[in-house]
Design a protein around this ligand. Structure first.
Ligand SMILES: Nc1ncnc2c1ncn2[C@@H]1O[C@H](COP(=O)(O)OP(=O)(O)O)[C@@H](O)[C@H]1O
Ligand SMILES: [Mg+2]
Length: 240
């Protein structure tokens, strides 16, 4: 079953003080089946993040369609969905992780992970147990669980970010260089979690500057340079 399909997707940015419009991506075309992991490759500035942010609708697409097969809302074009529908999908089905932690202030690490589950309708007990499991999996020091993340190190923030997104077992997970500032050991933890989510049927789209990390994880690779999707084992990761 196709979960996401981009048809003629494009996005341009208007730089107001220069009175100019700059196309970021143009006519992107690809589709993903349930449970697949698609890696996006391409040089810096080629529009990789723009694609993920448009699927999550942090950016409003301005050309084409982003068809998403929602479990609860059915077939929906994310380029046209209402804010209300997007909020529902972000709470229940679509996760996004970047290098940056963007969370409610004055909320502890534990509360943030619990809230991610409570907003999906999980019970308090389930939320408490699963949050603890997630924080344990990503080796978050229990001394930090009841602290505010504004004082966390970069790596701790990132691990919290990943815990918040993965604890929800999203139907679709968007990863924008989530391992950028992690050490090798933490990267392995992220890899394990991705493998687990894949087994549970999560569809993933990921951008990784670290090609080795993508190897053996991705099923297909979308190359920004050629605007083409290929099977990951065809060696595309090692070209150019
Ligand atoms: N919010 C924005 N405002 C203006 N230009 C942007 C914005 N986001 C991205 N861009 C531009 O769009 C292009 C693609 O950016 P991006 O998607 O971040 O590329 P990548 O993730 O491949 O490095 C770049 O030229 C970038 O400067
Ligand atoms: Mg980027």
């Amino acid at each position: 079953m196709t979960i996401v399909e981009l048809n003629g997707f494009g996005k341009a940015f208007t730089i107001h003080h220069l009175n100019k419009t700059i196309p970021a991506v143009n006519n992107i075309q690809f589709s993903m089946d349930a449970g697949e992991f698609i890696g996006i490759i391409g040089k810096s500035g080629s529009g990789k993040s723009t694609i993920l942010k448009s699927i999550y609708r942090t950016y409003l697409p301005d050309a084409g369609e982003i068809i998403y097969q929602s479990k609860q809302l059915g077939r929906i074009d994310l380029a046209q969905a209402t804010e209300r529908e997007m909020i529902f999908l972000r709470k229940n089905e679509i996760g996004y992780v970047s290098q940056f932690l963007n969370v409610m202030p004055r909320t502890t690490c534990r509360e943030l992970v619990q809230n991610a589950l409570l907003e999906m309708g999980e019970t308090r007990e389930t939320a408490r147990t699963e949050a603890e499991n997630a924080l344990t999996h990503f080796e978050m020091d229990p001394a930090l669980w009841d602290s505010y993340p504004n004082t966390f190190s970069g790596g701790e923030k990132l691990r919290l970010n990943i815990a918040m997104a993965t604890v929800k077992k999203p139907r679709l997970l968007l990863l924008d260089e989530p391992t950028a500032s992690l050490d090798q050991h933490s990267k392995i933890k992220v890899r394990e979690m991705i493998e687990k989510l894949k087994q549970q049927g999560t569809t993933l789209v990921g951008i990784f500057h670290d090609i080795e990390f993508m190897e053996g994880l991705c099923d297909k690779v979308f190359d920004m340079k050629t605007n083409q999707m290929s099977l990951a084992f065809e060696g595309v990761l090692h070209e150019g």
